[in-house]
Design a protein around this ligand. Structure first.
Ligand SMILES: [Zn+2]
Length: 144
């Protein structure tokens, strides 16, 4: 079936996705910065434009909205598709999830390690801090 969504409509959707993802991304940035790590944002030359990039470690963090990226965790209530307009959402989410997987694959192939932080995980910052620490390792002098 043909894609019935106009380009205008699509870019509007994208804008909405972006602004919806903004809050959890800010929470992660604040946390990571407060821990003493330094990063770059949205490096356009990397697949998927990762939200936080740690060039000297060759590591990236993506912050994903549970709804748009369909968080596949039974404990997450935002990761379920809406009950109306099912086929539209199914296609849309399928594309998002496939794109995410493709970006991760490309990054890994270039030697980057990825951490996905889900929106719902930003509600428990103590736990998230441990996850980030484990992923990034000790603070180095070059981080300062
Ligand atoms: Zn979630």
């Amino acid at each position: 079936m043909a894609d019935k969504i106009s380009p205008e409509r699509r870019s509007e959707n994208m804008r909405r996705i972006r602004s919806k993802d903004m809050k959890p991304e800010m929470a992660v940035r604040r946390l990571v910065h407060g821990m003493g790590y330094r990063y770059r944002l949205h490096r356009k030359d990397l697949p998927g434009k990762p939200d936080l990039v740690f060039p000297s470690r060759k590591k990236v963090i993506f912050v994903h909205g549970c709804f748009w990226h369909q968080h596949d965790d039974p404990k997450c209530s935002d990761g379920r598709p809406p009950k109306s307009n099912t086929s539209y959402w199914h296609e849309k989410f399928k594309r998002n999830v496939e794109r995410d997987a493709e970006h991760k694959k490309l990054l890994r192939a270039e030697g980057w390690k990825c951490l996905i932080v889900w929106e719902c995980e930003t509600k428990n910052l103590d736990k998230l801090r441990k996850t980030v620490k484990h992923f990034l390792g000790a603070i180095l002098r070059r981080d300062q």
